[in-house]
Structure formats: structure tokens, C-alpha cells
Design a binder for this molecule. Sequence first.
Ligand SMILES: [Fe+2]
Length: 477
Amino acid sequence: MHTVSKKSMNKNWGNAIAQPAKEFPSTQLPILSGKIPDGLRGTLYRNGPARLERGGIRMGHWFDGDGAILAVNFTDAGATGVYRYVQTVGYQQEIAAGKLLYGNYGMTAPGPIWNQWRKPLKNAANTSVLALPDKLLALWEGGKPHALDLQTLETWGEDDLGGLTEGLSYSAHDKRDPKTGEIFNFGISPGKNATLNIYKSDSTGKINQKAPYKLDGVPLVHDFVLAGQYLVFFVPPVRLNILPVLLGTSDYGDSLEWQPQLGTQILVIDRETLSLVSCGETEPWYQWHFGNGYADASGSVIVDIARYEDFQTNQYLKEVATGKTHTAAKSTFSRVHLNPQTSKVIEIQQLSDRHCEFPSVPQQNVGQFSRYTYMSGFRQGTDISQELLNAIARFDHKSQILTEADLGENRYPSEPIHVQDAQNPQQSWVVIVVYDGNSDSSEVWIFDSDRLDAEPICKLRLPSVIPHGFHGTWKGA
Ligand SMILES: [Fe+2]
């Protein structure tokens, strides 16, 4: 029998999460190649699980890792980077104890079973960031956001945004209207039947409108979309089997059941009043992420998603925490045409058969038509059961062409962040953080957004490894 050593079986991406990531203070970033574009002025913020182990115990799911924020600030004097853990109360308590104390999405609390009943989940603050005028929020969908200093990334503490009363959570996928500055978001409150709480904030983040909707059972709702005058939710056919979670015999992740017979529930909400316009049901699928939505000239609502045919993606993401995966979970870039008045699906189109994750559009196009969608994916020929996202791409809705960036072997990019030149709207860039598994180091790469298939126009060295993260944002200077 052909034998392969364990080491060669492990893909290089696993090295990025093998040890807890190391923080660094504000540091000038050396340029490895090219030049920082003159119009690129502002800050890239990224969040992700940076510590997946404490006291020799590994966390159960990639989603459980303690969040750390990377900020890369571009000025006339060059680029500086700072990287710090979000100092949540749970994180500080676990440092003091020298061991894990809490359960989380993919793990029950360590120790005797009554720990499950006494302790809430730890807010991992690890999923995304929302840059407000006077603070940065670290987002995690199971709890409140944490406010941080925009420059130093010092953690100030949990923030209720003036409206998150007891038990209300704030998801990691806010949607900001580029014209009005209004910020929409939601949070799920569990119970026998969950409540979907919808929030509208002004541009400072202050919540000034809320609306609750009862859902059937406890589904997993990770993202939604702003589409013209609507907020659209696709509630996937995943439901929490709550008893084992309450008893402490199973964690959340393992208690989520794929129930395709339920179909995908559709909720269309009016963005002004936050009242329900329509609700309906369509065929089953699972999506973590929406690309964008808009209302077309005929009044139909168009919603782009990264579509999975089942919930195997949860198993795959759990395996990521071990540094080695074996479950394939394929997603495609798909488009849903919807009548917003009835929630009836008119058509579902597959826009590309290539794997799609983290689809997004330029900030100025959120909720409106966007010619381009940016996304992460896999290079051609990748064994997706073994690998982590290793490509970025841009889909042109006019030509239907997917343009990919070739990063080379063993390089793992973050979700692509689009940045428009404030002075020249014709010019924009895509900024990514790349983990290079060949040299076990991380870099910042800047592409011309129209030339993803060309060499990056600038590469910068980061002081230490930044593990694969989830979401980020750009705040213009
Ligand atoms: Fe997400």
C-alpha cells in the first residue's frame, strides 16, 4: 500500500492556526514589491479567530476561536499595521485561569456538566468589524458588539448601540446604505421559537428602530441582504435541536439539523417601516453569505448568494479548527429573482459553477445594481475537501466572465475587500491579506481591481502570521 507521511498530508494552511497568533503594536510595514497607490488612503480592518487552543485543549470549531483584529493604515508616509486580540471578559478570564472556561458554537464548556448550565457562551468577537465614525465594532452574531479604539484597537467593552437591551444580539453582517448612511442589521434570540430582531441605525451606529419577528424553531441565520427598499432574509432549512444544548450533552454546531423538507423561508421587510411585506417558501439550500441585492426596472428583487446544496459546510468548517479537513462542501455563485410583494421565486440562476464564498460588491453599490461581484474561491484543480480558500476572483455581470488572481501554490488569501479611490471613482483596488504557507508568513497585497489577473501593484510584509479570518472592511481617510 502506498503510504504518505502525516506531514505531507497536511496542507500548509494548517500551520497558520497551529499556534495562537501573536499580537503586534503599531509597526511600519516594509514594502516587498511595487508601490502603495497615491489614492489608497485609509484603513483596512479585518477580524478572525486567532487563538484556537488554551491550556493544551483545542477548541471544537473554527468559529470558536478568540477574535483578533488587524488594522492596516495607509498614509502618505507608508503603511502601518497593528494586530490585537479583542479583550472580551471571557478572554480575560481564560487568560487568568490558564485554561478554557466556556463553551461555544462548536464545543461544550470544559469540566463537569453543570458548567453548561451556569455559564453563558463566550462572546468570541471574531467574525467581522463595523467601522463607525468614532469607534470600531468587533462583531459576533451570538452577542453584543465590542467597541474598540479605531487607531490603537484597544478594547473598550461591549456596546449596546443605544438599543440592544438584555438578550439582544447583533449579527456580523450589517448592511450600510451608501446613500443615506443608515445601517441595517439583525440578531437572533433563541427560545422554543427564535425571534429575528431587525435593527436600523443612523450613520453613527445608534439604533433608532427595532422590529421583532417570530420564526419557526431556531434556525441559523448568518446574513441577509439590502435590496432597494427591502431587506430580504433567506432562512435556510437548518434547525437547532435545543434539548441536548440545554442539557449540555451537545454543542450548538453539532445540534443543528439539516431539514430540507422545510425548504428555504423567505422574508421581505420594508426598510423604512421594518414591517413585513411578504413571506414565502422555496426549495432548500444553505447559504452563509449574500453577495448583494437590488430591485430591477420591473420591480423584481435580485439576490446573489453563495449557495450550498446542503449543510456539509458546517462539518468542513469544524474540521478547519484541527488544521486538516476531509469533507467537501461545494458552493456556487447563484442568483434568485423574487417578487417582493409575494415572496414568490421567479427564477434561480447559477451564475458560475466555480466555488464561491465571501461574495461582496463595492461599498458604494450595496443594495443597488453592481456590475462586479468580488469573491473568494478555489484555484482550478484544487481538492476542496483538503484545502482552504486559495483564490480570489471578480465576476462581471455584464460579460459573465470570472477573472481570477493566481496567487501561486500554498497561498491563502482573505476575503477580497474592494476600495475605491476617493478622488477618482474610475480607479479602485482589491486589498487582501495573504498567508503564505511556503514561508509561514503573512503579507498585504494590493491589486488593481481591473487587473486581478496581473501581478499585485504592491505587496507589504506583516510582522507575524495573521491566521485565516472571516470578514473585514475599509474605512476611508
Ligand atoms: Fe460571515
